[in-house]
Design a protein around this ligand. Structure first.
Ligand code: GCU
Length: 428
């Protein structure tokens, strides 16, 4: 076996172990509400020095920066200050989806290094629009070309190299995967409601496996002599969130889109990413978390379903190294995930769960929305309009929204209907 073969072997084995570990952990996790330990959540409305946050000024100038800094250094890792100049290149433009939309595809890549990493943004704009429209931006799991069967969607060259490393994809013809994930993308519904949709494949920003941060965007930010992020620097979620902000940079410059009315939305690990992107970049006008679970909307201290220890072992590249301090030690966290939701205030935020998605702890997701609400009330007079968890398919909508729908871990047309409903209220 040469070095390349043995490298592939290691990757395949690592992948197989990860899947096995995850299935194993899902079975062994606690799903018994009576075994959720009692805990005290940090209060978002008290500063670390004990100052009470009783007006918007203290929140904005003191407590918010403090909470943000804690999430950055202890959970997701800091995004380096260094600015990397990017080139944005529109490489495709025209009518699509039977005349219903304008499709625009934009590549962006570092000015200094024109080839890698190359990120591609796919945008559909309602053709019927008479002026700049609001938009949803949402990263995707399997490639831009999987969100719709549209034959004009460019297949990322990273798909051929990076994605095929995974054993189950290695013989796959990318053409056969066009539209494979379309059930998660209610493109017609979004366009009919007058919104544009923009998406980016997260692998284009940073491939989702643990390679010591040698691929993707991390190396662009290393200081001289540095070859991996420091313990308080970003992991992959931080990188994906950075990519969403760069997508927003482009959207702000697009004459057909109103960059001040862009909602960021994500599912599962990309729901964690959407929340972190929304917390990090206040230009996002609305933040939507779909089934984001542990390290997303779910409270870590509940230890229900996936836990900090399990996520850090199964996905060591998602968070910063410092987050490992809280493995089986959640009570030591200086934050909990309700404070991540609070970082989105005063912008509308939507947390959604699925009934069968116990791994993501629906109740923990609901409680985060609930316990973020005092911050929303302070800033806007409005929080989540429910103190108890609502029944399935009974959305509670407002500036802080929550629903739990029937079904499994997924994004469905039902979810989109709710997001569009609230976005229409706030972004139109
Ligand atoms: C795993 C992981 C979750 C994550 C999910 C996903 O189940 O444990 O934290 O949200 O993958 O992204 O699909």
């Amino acid at each position: 076996m040469n070095r390349i073969q043995s490298g592939w072997m290691t990757l395949l084995l690592a992948g197989a172990c990860l899947i096995a570990m995850n299935v194993h952990s899902q079975e062994e996790a606690n799903y018994d509400e009576s075994k959720v330990p009692s805990f005290t959540l940090p209060d978002p409305l008290f500063c670390q020095d004990g100052t009470k946050v009783d007006n918007a000024g203290i929140w904005t100038n003191k407590r918010r920066p403090e909470i943000y800094a804690l999430f950055a250094s202890q959970v997701y890792g800091k995004t380096p200050d260094k600015k990397v100049e990017l080139t944005f290149e529109v490489f495709d433009e025209g009518e699509a989806l039977g005349g219903k939309a304008i499709r625009r595809q934009v590549a962006f890549y570092p000015k200094a290094e024109p080839h890698q990493p190359r990120m591609e943004l796919l945008i559909y704009i309602p053709k019927a629009a008479s002026g700049p429209v609001p938009a949803f931006v949402m990263p995707n799991f399997q490639g831009n070309h999987t969100i719709n069967a549209d034959p004009g969607i460019h297949i990322s060259s990273n798909w051929m190299t990076e994605f095929r490393k995974d054993d189950k994809n290695k013989d796959t013809d990318p053409e056969s995967t066009r539209g494979k994930a379309s059930s998660r993308w209610s493109v017609d519904r979004i366009l009919d409601a007058g919104f544009a949709l923009a998406t980016i494949w997260y692998y284009d920003i940073d491939p989702d496996y643990d390679d010591g941060f040698q691929n993707g965007i991390h190396p662009l930010f290393y200081d001289a002599g540095q070859n991996e992020p420091r313990p308080d620097q970003w992991g992959s979620i931080g990188a994906w969130a950075w990519g969403l902000s760069r997508a927003l940079d482009y959207l702000e410059s697009d004459q057909d889109i109103d960059g001040s009315r862009v909602a960021v939305m994500g599912h599962s690990r990309l729901g964690k990413t959407a929340l972190w992107a929304g917390a990090s970049d206040e230009r996002f006008a609305m933040v939507i978390s779909n089934d984001s679970g542990c390290g997303g909307a779910a409270l870590s201290r509940r230890r229900f379903g996936e836990t900090v220890n399990r996520i850090n072992h199964a996905f060591p590249h998602w968070f910063c190294d410092n987050f490992n301090r809280y493995n089986n030690n959640e009570d030591a966290l200086p934050v909990d995930q309700h404070m991540l939701i609070a970082l989105c205030a005063p912008r509308p935020v939507y947390v959604a769960s699925a009934q069968d998605d116990r791994w993501a702890d629906p109740r923990g997701e609901f409680l985060s929305a609930k316990y973020a609400s005092p911050v929303y009330r302070l800033l806007t007079g409005q929080g989540l309009n429910a103190s108890e968890m609502p029944d399935v398919n009974q959305p509670v909508q407002g500036r802080v929204s929550y629903h739990i729908r029937t079904g499994k871990h997924d994004v469905t047309d039902y979810d989109w209907e709710q997001y569009i409903n609230v976005a229409s209220r706030f972004l139109k």
